[in-house]
Design a protein around this ligand. Structure first.
Ligand code: NAD
Ligand code: UD1
Length: 336
């Protein structure tokens, strides 16, 4: 299939494009590069030996998107483009709603005008709010989000579902990611956050490479085996492969389909730190801080639906995630 990938220069998008090309699909990227670098696409071309057209178009720019689709008629769109920082969304909520919601609405309208009615959307476990229980299954109700970023995912899922209800010829796959970490084993592409990382793994790798002094662990008094927060970390290459499987569901006219993409295994902050140290032979100094507002003690997925319906299952474990995150960071201490 020919796939329009919005946000394809970003962390998850770049890894997904590698897997799409490996599976025989062809790809066109639109990305305004607000949180990414065109070198990521050059690295994808290096890994795959395939040239990938990149258009520096904003998803809110109808004319630019239309030109791209006129030139490259697509069969489906994988929609990664969006702003993703929880903290920034609290301080700049309107920018988040504009980018993530107006952007998605605009994209839908241009896709419809070009008769592209297949879309895979990057959602997040954040739509569950504070989950009542883990493992979280897809039939757990969507919850109350704790920040505007989360609400944009919650609302975009609803918009896409309503779109299918109004016009069942749309196929929509909503993928709820748990905690993506890791990098392509080549060490050529990986996560490249701007400024101080909010998320755990990029903070750990920046401590390991000497950019930050020590890790701050937010809380060791949770009701978990070692007191630190438990999450479902998933290797970004496994996550990327989930999108290739989702395209197969689209070919089967799946209607609206919703999947958790996680490993189903919980891992605590301390477990991740200790594994990172053991696998990579580096020391990660840390201090314990108070809990971070909005954090839950435990959140991990039940990924069984994706396995049953898509034939997808995460293959990598925490060791490989730690190895590949470090391999990327140490080979690219300044990112791209
Ligand atoms: P990322 O920031 O690396 O990639 C997003 C890409 O979208 C960037 O390249 C950015 O330049 C681009 N972009 C942003 N706004 C745009 C716009 N208006 N027009 C065109 N391009 C635009 O983030 P990522 O980690 O690769 O995340 C991809 C998607 O997955 C996002 O929608 C994110 O919310 C979602 N998601 C990410 C995580 C995670 O932990 N990384 C978890 C759950 C969901
Ligand atoms: C966060 C976002 C979530 C988003 C997800 C993936 C919040 C409240 N939630 O989830 O919306 O979908 O990222 O991008 O921000 N930790 C530390 N020290 C750090 C960083 C994190 O101890 O410097 C701990 C956290 O308290 C948590 C775990 O590490 O227990 C994972 O944190 P993080 O990587 O930020 O992911 P989430 O909080 O799960």
């Amino acid at each position: 299939m020919k796939i329009l990938v919005t946000g394809g220069a970003g962390y998850i998008g770049s890894h997904t494009i590698v897997e799409l090309i490996k599976a025989g699909h062809s790809v066109i990227i639109t990305d305004n590069l607000c949180n990414s670098h065109k070198n990521a696409v050059a690295r994808v071309e290096q890994i795959t030996g395939t040239s990938v057209p990149l258009y520096a178009a904003d998803i809110r720019d109808s004319a630019a998107l239309s030109r791209v689709l006129d030139e490259h008629p697509a069969d489906a769109c994988i929609h990664f483009a969006g702003l993703k920082s929880v903290g920034e969304s609290n301080s700049h909520p309107c920018e988040y709603y504009d980018n993530n919601i107006s952007g998605t609405l605009n994209l839908i309208s241009v896709l419809r005008a070009h008769n592209v009615k297949n879309i895979i959307f990057s959602s997040s476990a954040t739509v569950y709010g504070i989950p009542e229980k883990s493992p979280v299954t897809e039939d757990c109700p969507k919850g109350i989000c704790t920040n505007p970023y989360g609400w944009t995912k919650w609302m975009a899922e609803q918009i896409l579902t309503d779109l299918h209800n109004a016009d069942p010829s749309w196929n929509i796959v909503l993928l709820r990611y748990f905690n993506p970490i890791g990098a392509h084993p080549s060490g050529l592409i990986g996560e490249n956050p701007n400024g101080i990382p909010n998320n755990l793994m990029p903070y750990i790798t920046q401590v390991a490479v000497g950019k930050r002094e020590c890790l701050h662990i937010f809380g060791n008094d949770y009701d978990t085996p070692d007191g630190t927060g438990v999450r479902d970390y998933i290797h970004v290459v496994d996550l990327a492969r989930g999108h290739v499987k989702a395209l197969e569901a689209i070919k089967r006219n799946c209607g609206v389909a919703l999947y958790n993409l996680g490993t189903g295994k919980g891992c605590s902050v301390l477990e991740l730190v200790k594994t990172f140290e053991a696998v990579n032979h580096v020391h990660i100094p840390y201090v314990i801080e108070p809990r971070r507002a909005g954090d839950v003690a435990v959140c991990y997925s039940d990924p069984g639906k994706a396995e049953r319906e898509l034939g997808w299952k995460a293959e990598y474990g925490i060791e490989e995630m730690c190895r590949d995150s470090w391999n990327w960071q140490k080979n690219n201490p300044q990112g791209y």
